[in-house]
Design a binder for this molecule. Structure first.
Ligand code: OFO
Length: 178
């Protein structure tokens, strides 16, 4: 049975992950509106991952006899002043989520909920990778500045990110399925 304090914090984390899904889909919409479909694609892939992260917590709580409670999502930012600002927010958001995962690890240790350690360790590693990726793109955007060719080249590169097969956010996949 999952520890109650940890269960409450994990329910909160489902909300954080679904808000991450929402914010990245907002960023995808921002990029689509500016014909930067590669960056939009990258954001859709990221949103897909966030949904699966939310579901990992959902299933972990359920598998351990806890009650899943889906909390209200907050109204998040829906517009940005520049491409740079989007990537600054992406990096800051990943750092925020890393803090939340660290909080969960602290609670699990304080409450001696050792069963949750492997999945929380997975999230810790995942956050390290996500921070590194978002940070790298942010640095590249800073280097590119206002150079339009550089932006288009980076857009193409980010558009090569692969969707997991069958993703409901992948337009190719959902049009084939419906
Ligand atoms: Fe859920 O991994 Fe990023 O935020």
């Amino acid at each position: 049975m999952i520890n109650e304090r940890l269960r409450n914090a994990m329910n909160e984390q489902i909300k954080n992950e679904l808000e991450s899904f929402y914010i990245y889909m907002s960023m995808a919409a921002y990029f689509h509106a500016r014909n930067l479909d590669g960056m939009a694609h990258w954001m859709r892939c990221q949103a897909h991952e966030e949904m699966t992260h939310g579901m990992k917590f959902f299933d972990h709580i359920h598998d351990r006899g806890g009650k899943v409670v889906l909390l209200n999502l907050n109204q998040l930012k829906t517009d940005w002043a520049s491409i740079l600002e989007v990537w600054q927010d992406t990096y800051a958001h990943e750092q925020f989520i890393t803090g939340k995962i660290n909080d969960l690890i602290t609670i699990a240790r304080e409450e001696k909920d050792y069963t949750s350690e492997p999945m929380l360790a997975w999230f810790s590693k995942e956050q390290m990778e996500e921070e590194a990726t978002a940070g790298k793109v942010l640095e590249q955007i800073k280097m590119i500045g206002d150079n339009q060719t550089g932006i288009i080249m980076l857009d193409r590169e980010l558009g090569a990110r692969a969707f997991p097969p069958g993703s409901p956010i992948d337009p190719v996949s959902y049009s084939a399925a419906t």
